[in-house]
Design a protein around this ligand. Structure first.
Ligand SMILES: C[S@@+](CC[C@H](N)C(=O)[O-])C[C@H]1O[C@@H](n2cnc3c(N)ncnc32)[C@H](O)[C@@H]1O
Length: 365
């Protein structure tokens, strides 16, 4: 009997599937593009590929939020039937040592549009609980933990709501911080007093990068208005310099740990950054302009910047092809530890986390 083919799935931002496909096929030309929908892409793994390496394989992908090994899909018109079929498929799959169930929906819109934000939703949590109840008495699994952050290396059953009537089923191992999160998304609810959704990006960037910022450290953000990301930094008791010719929200101006420098970054002196330990950039300009500004600061003999979180705006998706050149440029400034990710709360942009020395990153949550 022929061995069944193996497929992997990758989730990404709604609309990023074409760039994700390109990125994966550049790194893994032997993989074959298969089924996809906005925010969800699958690939066929070639015969002869070392399947044992798949659960811990680093896809080297900026645009993949999370990924895993497909077990199959189920189709039906109502949720009860989908749950029943999903439980059957899981019971036939010989899964071992699965601790978690992550049941999530592919994104239905671009983050920040039509009031959509990625992350856990009450209806997916409710379905996940129903499925966990169905799986347990059948002895297929011990009671699975539902839609919680996994611990490093734990194994996770994924149920992905690709369409209302079509769910994909797979599993993965929590080999990286975002792979511990349901659907690769660090769920954040926007608190009421927050002045812009950039708060979400900064929260996620900090959770993902685990830069070892300590309370009292001085952080500068280029492109800080109106101030959501500064709020995420101030919450951590950091001292923050917000650099932006535009107005900050008035609530930030009352905070003693916050200073607004109402200028374009090019109008600042390099020595203004001599006490800055961490540099953030979120200007709405093309990546090369962002890198010009950052280069000017970090290459100053007086600068002592340990790490950075840079948002690179993909003003057009084609700029993703220039990513290796952007990273080479950052390395040339003496920063060797660089990771890239399209954060779930990013829009058409990516986040680059940069550290001068490996140091100790913050513990995983
Ligand atoms: C996406 S918004 C930043 C959002 C902000 N991080 C927040 O948390 O609300 C981009 C900002 O970049 C600023 N900007 C553009 N060019 C800049 C420059 N050369 N120097 C400083 N800020 C700049 C714009 O004024 C704009 O407020």
């Amino acid at each position: 009997m022929a061995t069944p083919s193996t497929f992997i799935f990758c989730s990404c931002q709604y609309g990023a599937q074409a760039i994700l496909k390109q990125e994966i096929l550049n790194h893994w030309p032997e993989f074959k593009f298969a089924f996809s929908r906005p925010g969800f892409v699958t690939f066929k793994v070639p015969e002869g590929f070392p399947l044992k390496s798949l659960p811990t394989l680093d896809l080297k992908s900026t645009f993949t939020r999370t990924s895993g090994i497909c077990l199959g899909k189920v189709q039906a018109q109502d949720a009860d039937e989908l749950l029943k079929q999903a439980a059957e498929l899981v019971s036939q799959s010989n899964l071992e040592n699965i601790k978690h169930l992550h049941l999530w929906q592919r994104d239905t819109s671009v983050p920040g549009e039509r009031q959509f934000e990625p992350g856990r939703k009450p209806h997916t949590d409710a379905l996940a609980n129903q499925l966990a109840d169905l799986l347990q008495p059948s002895g297929v699994t011990d009671k699975l933990t539902v839609n919680k952050i996994a611990r490093p290396d734990e194994k996770i059953l994924d149920i992905i709501l690709v369409e209302d009537n079509q769910w994909w089923i797979g599993w993965h191992q929590a080999t990286t911080t975002p792979r511990c999160w349901p659907g690769g998304v660090y769920s954040i609810v926007l608190p009421e007093h927050i002045v812009s959704r950039a708060y979400l990006k900064m929260e996620e960037a900090i959770q993902w990068s685990r830069l070892p910022m300590k309370s009292g450290d001085l952080v500068a953000e280029i492109g800080s208005s109106p101030g959501g990301s500064c709020q995420a930094l101030l919450k951590r008791r950091l001292n923050v310099l917000g650099i932006d010719p535009a107005q900050m929200h008035e609530s930030l101006l009352e905070i003693p740990e916050f200073t607004h420098i109402r200028k374009k970054v090019a109008d600042m002196k390099r020595s203004d950054f001599s006490e800055v330990k961490w540099l953030m950039s979120d200007s709405n300009v093309a990546p090369n302009y962002t890198l010009d500004s950052v280069e000017h600061i970090v290459t100053s003999p007086k600068a002592n910047i340990r790490g950075m979180l840079l948002t690179l705006k993909m003003i057009k998706w084609e700029l993703a092809a220039d990513l290796p050149a952007y990273l080479d440029r950052i390395r040339s400034w003496g920063y060797q530890y660089i990771r890239t990710r399209q954060l779930a709360f990013n829009r058409q942009e990516i986040c680059v986390a940069v550290m001068k020395s490996r140091g100790k990153r913050k513990a995983k949550r």
